[in-house]
Design a protein around this ligand. Structure first.
Ligand code: SF4
Ligand code: SF4
Length: 332
């Protein structure tokens, strides 16, 4: 036991809940399953991370490289689900362009990094105030940390066959955050996996990106291509299957029975959708100017998708739709 073991886990959890986190769990840093690092390495060797080179950062496989004195990791969750639903995609009577573009739920409201960082900072500052020797560093999709692995270790939920982390209470509509600390805290038991024999997500993925249970190939994933791919054009292997998605893809989450049964509306006002994010039109986004993009997506996670990428994604959908409706085309 080191000198910084004075705080009980229950006090830390209580503080996290008081700050508005919906779930909190604790993992001991030295008990992280080493086979998870091997699994990540194997995924990278297959090239399934596409050009996301940050996934290959060695720190991601060894948390002691991120913070050598870390003893515990406090994992926190924010539920972002809202009851809003996308309209059924319009089969436009007046021609292409009336069709709706689809934006992933995570990006409907205020940028989650901002919401999460504000609360994480408060939690880390509080931890450090407990004793002058206490160190605390926080991350939310911003550091070389295997978030989902650590969340499973901290008893938050399980890494599912579609690669998402599922919680019993909220399904997979959750953002994850972590505070690493040199405090020794009592850890939770790792969560068990509850996909069972279900394969709905694998069957529903239009591009076959879930190559086997628990393995997602980013090269085939619509979410990767619409958000991360910086190329001028999207690959022909992807474009026929876009189904309106211009920012992320929720197909493998929408079909998940855990999400269908346990999604519950969030109490965080910032995650309520900005007007226009649920049902924008493809034609409008295909023509959006840089200035309009700037005004339209303030404080939004969508800012990662630069205006030229958003135009590219919308145009690829319109083109796919046109070719699909062309009887001469053998596009599909
Ligand atoms: S996000 Fe979409 S493309 Fe990617 S694995 Fe899920 S269903 Fe497939
Ligand atoms: S759809 Fe089924 S297999 Fe896929 S993540 Fe959900 S429970 Fe697991």
């Amino acid at each position: 036991m080191n000198q910084y073991s004075v705080t009980s886990s229950s006090v830390v959890k209580e503080k996290a809940r008081e700050l508005g986190f919906h779930k909190v769990g604790i993992a001991a840093v030295d008990k992280v399953d080493p086979t998870e690092a091997q699994r990540l390495q194997a995924w990278i060797e297959l090239g399934y991370h596409a050009d996301m080179e940050w996934m290959a950062n060695r720190k991601r496989q060894d948390i002691s490289l991120v913070m050598p004195k870390a003893r515990s990791l406090v994992c926190v969750v924010l539920n972002y689900y809202t009851a809003d639903q996308r309209p059924v995609r319009a089969a436009s009577p007046s021609g292409e362009g009336e069709e709706y573009a689809k934006i992933s739920r995570y990006a409907w409201g205020r940028d989650y990094h901002k919401v999460m960082h504000k609360k994480l900072k408060q939690l880390a500052t509080w931890l450090e105030s407990l004793d002058e020797g206490v160190l605390a560093r926080y991350y939310a999709d911003t550091g070389p940390v295997q978030e989902k692995v650590l969340a499973q270790q901290a008893g938050i939920g399980w890494i599912a066959k579609n690669g998402n982390l599922i919680t019993r209470e909220y399904g997979s509509w959750v953002f994850l955050g972590e505070v690493l600390t040199n405090l020794e805290l009592e850890s939770d038991r790792p969560h068990t996996e509850h996909c069972g024999s279900c394969t709905r997500c694998i069957q529903a993925c239009p591009t076959g990106a879930i190559t086997q249970p628990f393995v997602v190939d980013a090269n085939r994933c619509i979410a990767y291509h619409t958000i991360e791919n910086r190329a001028k054009e999207l690959p022909e292997t992807i474009t026929p299957h876009l189904q309106g998605w211009v920012a992320g893809c929720d197909i493998c989450q929408d079909v998940c029975p855990w999400n269908q049964r346990f999604a519950s509306p969030t109490d965080i006002a910032e995650f309520q959708p900005y007007p226009g994010n649920i049902a924008p039109h493809l034609l409008e986004l295909a023509q959006i100017s840089d200035q309009d993009w700037d005004k339209r997506f303030p404080a939004s996670a969508l800012r990662r998708i630069k205006p030229e990428m958003l135009r590219r994604n919308a145009l690829a959908n319109l083109d796919a739709s046109r070719r699909k409706n062309d009887p001469e085309s053998n596009y599909f």
